[in-house]
Design a protein around this ligand. Structure first.
Ligand code: ADP
Ligand code: ADP
Length: 228
């Protein structure tokens, strides 16, 4: 589903990703850990085609992102991304935040988009807030809405870049719970950059440890914790 083959990424002279080889298959939950600046975000942004790789190949559903014929918007449509900051539209209600893209990009009718949005709001425990505005919600609630908004595009893969890092500690649990359900109940393929080791241990199939742009360890979760 996601395949890095000898991928290098430079920002100018700075070598941000070094010979990355990685295959992530359908249904896997992969947690990426490592110190700040080790290239975790860069790796996610390359998957989402927000950054271009410098050399090598990166395939998403067997489509080579570097190929001239590839329509990146088409690839991006199948990838949901959740960031540290939720970036909800402040002047739109929760429901509108979730239905806008499906109506515009997937050409869903308003009724169809709203039915799907309500189903997702129910899953993230936020249906009662569908008419609220983002500023009326806590950070944890906003992040749950951001997750629902990504899911509304019906992605094959969800990418999470430190989804709980900007939250007050008491709100971390509710967001991790939504992510856990997504993994365990929906079988969603997920790549998660996080410092939440409890989540990694409980939910991930694999843990990848990065440092200075390299993958130093890529192991099944149990192995990872047995060999510290
Ligand atoms: P992490 O997510 O592990 O904290 P990042 O992928 O954000 O690491 O960054 C890896 C390194 O690449 C850092 O040293 C960062 O400063 C650098 N970097 C990230 N984005 C850019 C950019 N757009 N231009 C130049 N350097 C960048
Ligand atoms: P995060 O850790 O949340 O990913 P960062 O501060 O690493 O946030 O990056 C935020 C943005 O700044 C990204 O778009 C990244 O590409 C850019 N960026 C990060 N480091 C650099 C850098 N050294 N030079 C230029 N842009 C950078």
């Amino acid at each position: 589903m996601i395949e890095f083959k000898n991928v290098e990424k430079y920002y100018g002279d700075f070598h941000a990703l070094k010979n990355i080889n990685l295959t992530i298959t359908k249904g896997e939950v992969v947690v990426v850990i490592g110190p700040s600046g080790s290239g975790k975000s860069t790796m996610l942004r390359c998957i989402n085609a927000l950054e271009e790789i410098s050399t090598g190949h990166l395939l998403i559903n067997n489509i080579d992102l570097a190929s001239k014929d590839t329509n990146l918007n088409h690839v991006r449509k199948n990838l949901g991304m959740v960031f540290q900051h939720f970036n909800l539209y402040p002047h739109r209600t929760v429901l509108d935040n979730i239905t806008l893209a499906p109506m515009k990009v997937l050409k869903k009718s308003k009724a169809e988009a709203e039915a799907k949005a309500e189903e997702l709001l129910e899953k993230v425990g936020m249906l009662d807030k569908k008419d609220a505005y983002p500023s009326q919600l806590s950070g944890g609630q906003q992040q749950r809405i951001a997750i629902a908004r990504s899911l509304a595009m019906e992605p094959d893969v969800m990418l999470f870049d430190e989804p709980t890092s900007a939250l007050d500690p008491e709100m971390v649990g509710e967001v991790l719970e939504v992510m856990k359900n997504l993994a365990k109940e929906e079988g969603m393929t997920m790549v998660v950059v996080t410092h939440e080791m409890g989540f990694a241990r409980e939910v991930a199939n694999r843990v990848i440890f990065m440092a200075e742009g390299e993958i130093l360890e890529d192991a099944e979760t149990e192995m990872f914790y047995e060999n510290p």
